[in-house]
Design a protein around this ligand. Sequence first.
Ligand SMILES: O=C(O)c1ccccc1NCC(=O)[C@H](O)[C@H](O)COP(=O)(O)O
Length: 210
Amino acid sequence: MSVVRSKICGITRLEDALAAVAAGADAIGLVFYARSPRAVSVQQAQAILAGLPPFVTTVGLFVDMPQHEIEAVLAAVPLDLLQFHGNERAADCDALARPYIKALRVRAEDDVAALVDAYPGARAVLLDTYVDGVPGGTGQAFDWALVPAVLSKPVILAGGLTADNVPAAITQVRPYAVDVSGGVEASKGIKDAAKVKDFVRAVRAVGELM
Ligand SMILES: O=C(O)c1ccccc1NCC(=O)[C@H](O)[C@H](O)COP(=O)(O)O
């Protein structure tokens, strides 16, 4: 048996966060990127965190946000982890002196191992789909064969995952965790509790077979 963790990303409402926790998700993601349809304000994020039970990891997503603006968010919202989805270099990520995940969008021409090695300070890397001009939340899967079997950081697999395809994704990639947004939504930014439950159940079920 192998435990694969689940993160439900793009949460905008406390009820969706609680549905994720009830389903057994390990982490929730809050998008601090104004151009996203899943963006949350500081006030929304505070309300979500205030209503959460303990032992749920809260992750804040940022896209090339200046350091002082991220610090302002962190002063108001006690996030557990940062997730960088833009062109941040390792030095930019390290400058916050907080635990972080670096999102990397995978293309066939990339040396994925080298991309991962460029972030020695990251706690994990999130491997997501490359769509030109879209930093994340594309709802599209990438070719999982592009993920090397051995990488220097724990892998969080993302991009177009659903309850239907996540068993195959986990079996092929053997990630530390999986991350989903669009695949468990009723509409952009609004989660479907039944889809969230099905997703987490599917992740657990395949983990029990490994
Ligand atoms: O969700 C967004 O709109 C978003 C915007 C900018 C950067 C990152 C964003 N989302 C990242 C994630 O939440 C997703 O979990 C990840 O990219 C996978 O999304 P999906 O393919 O919809 O499952």
